[in-house]
Design a protein around this ligand. Structure first.
Ligand code: BTN
Length: 313
């Protein structure tokens, strides 16, 4: 990465990392299998053909300098779930701001019992550890703020994009899912120990498995352009930090997040919906209550939705 597109000998690379030439060759082979484009061989030297769009700490750290995430970014090529990794690390004392990124997840998790399709190096699979000094009831607002953070990061990358927020925190474009967020926490009744906010963004996918074709989309499928995941991930971490800092330090933030969420969501008010896990709960949305839960006017009364998938009727 220090010598992009320059030919560099195996001996020189070996000296820099304290490895033999044959070890360098084995590492280069391993990088190639992971999708890094490297031309040449041991006798002629190696050349990084293009700077790969991998979510490496070396790429991201300089872009998120000054945030709680700088210096705490962990990158993996293949994991089960970054949320599981982050939860384990948080329980073992990982500091606030620890970020877990993977090129590929083999058991990406969604809300409920859903899976998150996590093909290699096409999406962003990111989990961050937060330790806010708030009661568990405030975590809903935090999760809404995470949705707003993704929204603004996507807009920063492409100002034509205006994804629709679906309660509690999906991002949709033309009714198809661009991003999903899974917030998990470890808490006492009155105190959060730690939170993991897991964010999956579909970035450069050109297709999805048939069962997802009608419900998922990616930035590339919408705009026709391949995007830098590094750039989007840096924008995401920066906007997440802005939202988080604002939430903890500004007494107005709570009300402001509710207002902005409603502004960016076409379904949170005045839409005939039902809740997938509880189809009996059917009615017209009436905005969010002061805690961030969805209000639905059923035939009988105003009901509060605490969880579940909202579907348009
Ligand atoms: C949903 O829409 O149901 C939430 C999807 C959350 C997916 C992300 S990808 C990174 C993190 N790791 C996981 O296993 N899940 C979240």
């Amino acid at each position: 990465m220090n010598y992009p597109t320059v030919v560099i000998s195996g001996t020189r690379l070996g000296q820099e990392i304290g490895a033999t030439r044959s070890k360098v060759w084995r590492l280069v082979e391993q990088l190639r299998t992971l999708g890094v484009e490297i031309a040449g061989h041991a006798s002629s030297g190696y050349q990084l053909t293009a700077v790969p769009d991998l979510l490496l700490p070396e790429m991201l750290d300089p872009l998120v300098r000054g945030t709680i995430f700088a210096g705490h970014i962990h990158h993996y090529y293949r994991v089960g779930s970054t949320n599981t990794l982050a939860l384990e690390a948080a329980a073992a004392g990982a500091p606030e701001g620890s970020v877990f990124l993977a090129e590929q997840q083999t058991a990406g998790r969604g809300r409920g019992n859903n899976q998150w399709h996590s093909a290699k190096s096409t999406g962003i699979y990111c989990s961050v550890v937060l330790r806010p000094a708030v009661p568990p009831s405030d975590v809903v607002i935090l999760t809404l703020a995470a949705g707003l953070a993704v929204q603004s990061a996507v807009q920063e990358i492409d100002s034509r994009m205006n994804p629709d927020l679906k309660w509690p925190n999906d991002l949709l474009v033309d009714g198809k899912k661009l991003c999903g967020i899974l917030t998990e926490m470890n808490a006492e009744a009155t105190r959060v120990r730690h939170i993991v906010v897991g964010i999956g963004i579909n970035v450069n996918q050109t297709d999805f498995p048939s069962e997802l074709e009608q419900i998922a989309t990616s930035l590339r499928m919408i705009t026709g352009t391949e995007r830098s995941r590094v750039e989007l991930c840096a924008a995401l971490l920066k906007s997440l930090e802005r939202e988080y800092h604002n939430l903890l330090s500004n007494p107005q933030a709570h009300a402001d997040i509710l207002r902005r969420f409603e502004e960016h969501s076409s379904s949170v008010r005045g839409k005939h919906v039902y809740i997938e896990e509880n189809p009996e709960l059917e009615g017209v949305t009436e905005g969010l209550d002061s805690r961030g839960f969805l209000q639905v006017r059923t035939r009988e009364r105003l009901q509060i939705v605490f969880s579940g998938t909202v579907r348009l009727k």
